[in-house]
Design a protein around this ligand. Sequence first.
Ligand code: KG4
Ligand code: ZN
Length: 354
Amino acid sequence: MEWGILPMTLVLGIESSCDETAASVVQDGCTVLSNIVASQDELHTEYGGVVPEIASRAHLERILPVIQEAIKNANIELSAIDAVAVGNRPGLIGSLLVGVAAAKTLAWTLNKPIIAVDHVIAHLWAPHLSGASIEYPALGVVVSGGHTSLLLLTDPSNAKCLGKTIDDAAGEAFDKAAAILKLGWPGGQRIDNAAAKGSPVHRLPRPKTKGNRPDFSFSGLKTALLYGVRGNPSKVDGKMIFPHSPEELSTQEICDWASSFQHAAVDSIINGVHNALSNNPVRCVVSGGGVLANSLLRTKLTVTAEQFHIPIHLPESTYCVDNAAMIAGLGHYLFTHGQRDSLSITASPRGIAS
Ligand code: KG4
Ligand code: ZN
């Protein structure tokens, strides 16, 4: 079946891989008729990170109202959808299962096809939702709270993983850095805002992994920030005691540390992108994930693509974070290319880049 042969195809997308419960109706892969995202930030704030059991329970409570709202906002009847697309991998297993169960139930009761979608590859559909025309092969750059991966895409759905993080994801590192600086959670936007008022006066490491693969490592950078801010610890009765506390820092010092961290994290990502572009001839760079909301990363990625004389496609801010429009959009592409999954599909914590 050829791309675009089905006019006015409506796909309902469902996303529940981490802590956003989301549903969206997308027409013909790119026109977003509705995009509902129920964030759980307030439930996880006191723990400074996503608690899987709390996340899956919250998905259970929210999934049906979120789907209903997506259908209502799209101004369609539920029976008008042509297929149900669901992010079934990778992610938190208990969270994924809620979306998968809802999608299967809808597909079965409506007698519509179900399409299983890889969440990480779907992040790279985001620029399509703003009308980007993407030529392949492309270098996919996914930077989020759960993933930091470089993918070689031969088309929107076929990806080979060139490199990924060997420990923390970049977004996770931003969240931990914000915790060290007592800026709150989630931390990415807070580090970005603080960095805008600071300067990168501290030299933090740009960790490199061994070998030629463009892999990433962010846990050493986080530790370097911790020791930089609080001094070298000593062990007393098995406990790490730091000579300084972040409360001793002035607002300007916090902003300078945030800026120094942001520069180091972004440079690490850019080094990997540079390596991947040097070794893989591609026609463009396409990017997605929550950390693409970061101002410095957007600027430096744009400059890097320019150095290689290729265009870059960045997601607009609404589609950086986890959402179901990207699932429905890639789901539409797969649907029009003949993918039909069985109702026996299940969720998997692993995907192309994990
Ligand atoms: O894509 P996403 O919603 O979740 C995953 O799929 O993992 O990304 C969330 C991540 C969080 O770690 C958050 O701190 C980070 O994206 N983030 C940012 C910014 N806005 C959100 N990181 C850096 N700078 C930002 N402006
Ligand atoms: Zn994501």
